[in-house]
Each structure stands twice: as C-alpha cells, then as structure tokens.
Unconditional design. Structure first.
Lengths: 146, 128
C-alpha cells in the first residue's frame, strides 16, 4: 500500500517537471480565431456598451437557437431556469463580455452558450453586457465578510 | 489534451503551501492529480458551508477586493457570492479538468478535492 502512492507521486513529479519546462501554453483569453476574424480578443478592446440596445439583444430570440438570454437566465438575468446556469444581473460588464468572447471563439466550452454567442458582434456583446450589469443583483463579492 | 493535466500536476506540486488537507479524499486527489477530475465528476458530495468558509480564505485575494481586475486580459474578477452551488461546482471542476482556462483559477482548483469544491460551493452560494 505504501509503495503505490509513492510511485504515483514520483510519476506525477516527473510529469510535472516535463510540463513546467514546456512553456507553450496559450492562455485561453488570446484566441487565434478572434484575431483572424477581426474580433476583439479582450473585453478591454470592445466598443462602449449601450444598455438599452443590450436589452433588445437580451430579449430577442437567437436566430439559430430560438432562445433569448432571458429565456434561460431569467428576467434581468436574475432567475436562471436551471441551477447550473449563472445569475447575470449586476455582474461586472467586462466579465460578462469576456465570457461571451470566449464562448464565441470556442475558448470556453458550453454547447448552449457557444451556439448563443457564435454570431454576436463585438458591439452586441458590449451592449448585452452593459444591460445585465445595470440590472439589480443577487450577487456579491467576498469583501467585508466576517 | 494531455497538457492541462500535466499543468495540473505541475501546479499540484506547487500547491502544498496553500493546499487545505482534509481527510482521505483530498490526499488521494493530491497524490493522483490525473484521476482527480474523474473523481470530482463522478461523485457529488454534500457541501459543508462552515468548512467551505475556511477554504475560501485564498479566494479573498482576488474575489474579496471590490473592483479588482484580472490582468491580461483586463476585466473585473466576477462576483461569485450568491451563484448556485451547481454553477460554482461546475466552474471549479472545469478549471480542475482544464476545460475552462484561467491560470490562477486552474492553479487553485488543482489542489481541491471534490469535497473541497462542494464545501466551497455551499459557502459561496449562501452569501447574501
């Protein structure tokens, strides 16, 4: 019993050393398709968002999926219909935008969200992120907890 | 496909400094990083919010600073308090598997057992 964990630890150590020496990991945030298609790779590079236009994006059914954002995330992004879906209301706009960029460009995996985000323009991403950011929130950061 | 796992092993070795070491399950996860994701996916332990609170000490470094921004690319780190336990468990498990990528979050998740993840999710989801 004592030998196996040791052997595994040694194996892990050698694998780890191999992994550590090859520094060709590409951060997901920098997507090749993004750059190739002229999309912005970072939420910092997006045009300013308009919440009113974003409301329309959030409530308009996607041509491909037949679903609008609020169909799954609930009104204002505050009432997800499934426990695995996140609340979006009040979330930071640039985090929402960043997530949509990753989904759009295939750098974050989720069958539903990939399809939803696939055809979004930078402007639509920025707008819809602004809309959800301006909604009331049920979220909080971990500041000021006892 | 193998690279995220290698990276996870690499990070696991670096992790002991801040790894929380609860009973048997976490020891297994730490000793066998390549099988940890499968274990996490197979079983869904019941979360203990009190224990989760202790485990979230390191989360404070980023998620506890209002307005804190991730660098390269620049965006605010998300508010995670109040998300559902299922969403939070999925997020941490995906970081652990490497199917969701973020260097810091992958490093954090690499050291967690399935029980740790359930406990953290139980705590964070209950915050108001």
């Amino acid at each position: 019993m004592t030998k196996t964990p040791l052997a595994i630890a040694l194996l892990a150590a050698s694998l780890a050393l191999a992994a550590c020496t090859s520094a060709d990991e590409t951060p997901a945030a920098h997507s090749a398709s993004d750059r190739a298609e002229g999309h912005s790779a970072s939420s910092a590079g997006l045009p300013p968002g308009n919440a009113e236009a974003g409301h329309k994006v959030a409530t308009t059914k996607n041509a491909e999926t037949g679903q609008a954002c609020v169909d799954c995330h609930g009104a204002g992004g505050n009432a997800p219909i499934d426990a695995t879906y996140p609340k979006l209301g009040g979330q930071y706009h640039d985090y929402i935008a960043h997530s949509l960029q990753l989904y759009r460009d295939g750098d974050r995996e989720n069958a539903l969200m990939s399809a939803q985000a696939k055809k979004l323009t930078d402007q639509q991403i920025s707008d819809v992120a602004a809309y959800f950011h301006e909604q009331p929130t049920k979220l909080r950061d971990l500041h000021g907890l006892d | 496909m193998i690279r995220p796992l290698l990276l996870a092993s690499c990070l696991t070795l670096a992790a002991p400094a801040f790894a929380q070491t609860p009973p048997a399950s976490a020891t297994t996860a730490t000793a066998m990083p390549t099988t940890a994701p499968a274990t996490a996916a197979a079983a869904t332990p019941t979360g203990d919010a009190a224990r989760g609170k202790e485990l979230t000490y390191t989360c404070q470094g980023c998620h506890g600073v209002t307005g804190y921004k991730n660098a390269y690319p620049n965006y605010h780190v998300p508010m995670i308090g109040g998300q559902s336990p299922q969403y939070l468990m999925n997020a941490l498990t995906e970081y652990q598997k490497g199917t969701r990528k973020h260097p810091t979050m992958q490093a954090q998740a690499a050291s967690f057992s399935a029980q740790d993840i359930a406990d953290i999710a139980a705590y964070l989801s209950g915050l108001k």
